[in-house]
Design a protein around this ligand. Structure first.
Ligand SMILES: NC(=O)c1ccc[n+]([C@@H]2O[C@H](COP(=O)([O-])OP(=O)(O)OC[C@H]3O[C@@H](n4cnc5c(N)ncnc54)[C@H](O)[C@@H]3O)[C@@H](O)[C@H]2O)c1
Length: 393
């Protein structure tokens, strides 16, 4: 099987490595020859490091690299069975590129986009045969992150969906299927992890270090929200939040925070710029959290309540299945527990009461409880143990 990868930036280069590691011949193209050269050098370095660390045999690394062809034009895709696009996040440019690629490839070639925020339906509409277009959303860095969201557009054929899931599974990835809606699963369900932490900060209830301490030490998350935002980059995280907010017709639940906007504007982008919520310059002393157990528990309660509500609402609106929502958040972004499982453990009635408490306090639509949680609490059912058939949601 031959795989074409379009765009050799962070994602494209990583996806090319994954496909080559799975044994496919890969054609990697970028319209910027410098970017292609950079990708080649970077990949060589990564493979050398894997060999040095004993994680890969030298011969295997050479064979893997040998399977990636750094090509000068999209005409090299003519015999590809799958082309994955990972170019700039711009709908008009992506549409133009899909149109060109479709002219080059054979009739059975699957055309996929790695877009994080654009609708697959709109990209597919640029093709003569939109039924062959699908979203395959890898996470960064693609070779290390196990989760892949597969997104059929309304035009995508069931055969293309089935073939894509089978293929990505065979690459050793954990695939989940999601509806073609803003943020797919992860970038939608995870919004409160950042948004509610920012809200708690803006209200002056706790500082950055204390919120991070609470979420890691008490909540069991691998990284606190502010450490994670600094890691992702405040510019990128802000843009995703703003895009999701706009795409959901300005639903207040996803409203971005001025704090993050200002940080981004000031160039306090996080680790990559040496300063974000924290100061990463040499000799800087990290701020001490206020290790107040009661405050910490309140912070975790509030953020996790919002996360559970978001996950429940994603299930309510059939964005993905229960197992795919919980799997995406645990296997994809290392949450300590699936959010729907967490809801069961806390008790559905408790989740509803928590949301209602927040809404009564703030009288904001941001805190509205998912109708699914309310219905489940009323019917006395849980996500994982549906009592009787008549009680199924
Ligand atoms: N970076 C992430 O964390 C991440 C995660 C998941 C998905 N994505 C998505 O993946 C895509 C790529 O993101 P990235 O972070 O790798 O970007 P990037 O800027 O690192 O790389 C994009 C590459 O595409 C090339 N390019 C631009 N227009 C082109 C064209 N018309 N033809 C060929 N090549 C072209 C650029 O030269 C560049 O090398 C975007 O759609 C993004 O939303 C990014």
């Amino acid at each position: 099987m031959k795989v074409g990868v379009l765009g050799s930036g962070s994602m494209g280069a990583g996806i090319a490595q994954v496909a080559a590691a799975a044994g496919h011949e890969v054609r990697l193209y970028d319209n910027n020859p410098e970017a292609l050269k950079r990708a080649s050098n970077k990949l060589q370095k990564i493979l050398n490091r894997l060999v040095e660390k004993g994680r890969m045999e030298d011969a295997e690394a050479k064979a893997l690299f040998g399977r990636i062809y750094f090509v000068e034009s999209i005409y090299s895709y003519s015999d590809c069975d799958l082309v994955i696009e990972a170019i700039i996040e711009n709908l008009d440019i992506k549409k133009a590129v899909f149109e060109q690629v479709e002219e080059v490839v054979g009739p059975d070639c699957i055309l996929a986009s790695n877009t994080s925020s654009l609708s697959i339906a709109s990209i597919a509409a640029a093709c003569d045969d939109p039924s062959r277009v699908i979203g395959i959303h890898f996470f960064n860095p693609a070779p290390l992150m196990k989760l892949v969201e597969v997104i059929p557009a309304i035009q995508t054929s069931p055969a293309v969906l089935e073939k894509t899931i089978g293929l990505i599974d065979s690459w050793g990835k954990y695939t989940v299927q999601t509806k073609d809606t803003p943020g797919f699963i992860v970038n939608r369900v995870a919004r409160p992890f950042y948004g509610e932490a920012l809200r708690i900060l803006e209200e002056g209830l706790a500082d950055v270090a204390t919120i991070d301490w609470a979420m890691t030490e008490i909540g069991g998350f691998r990284m606190g929200p502010f450490t994670l935002m600094d890691y992702i980059g405040n510019d990128i995280n802000y843009t995703v939040t703003e895009t999701v907010f706009r795409s959901f017709y300005y639903d207040p639940r996803y409203r971005p925070a001025f704090t993050q906007k200002r940080l981004s504007e000031a160039g306090y982008l996080g680790r990559k710029s040496g300063r974000g919520y924290y100061d990463y310059s040499e000799g800087a002393t990290p701020p001490e959290p206020r290790k107040d157990q009661k405050l910490g528990e309140y912070i975790v309660w509030r953020i996790v309540t919002m996360l559970i509500n978001e996950a429940a609402d994603a299930l309510f609106l059939r964005i993905a299945s229960r197992d795919d929502i919980d799997g995406a958040m645990t296997k994809g972004v290392n949450y300590p527990k699936g959010l729907l499982k967490w809801a069961d453990e806390r008790g559905i009635a408790d989740c509803v009461e928590s949301m209602d408490r927040l809404q009564q306090e703030y009288l904001e639509d941001r805190y509205r409880c998912s109708p699914l949680l309310r219905k489940m609490a009323r019917d006395g059912i849980t996500f994982y143990e549906v009592k009787t058939e008549s009680q199924q949601v």
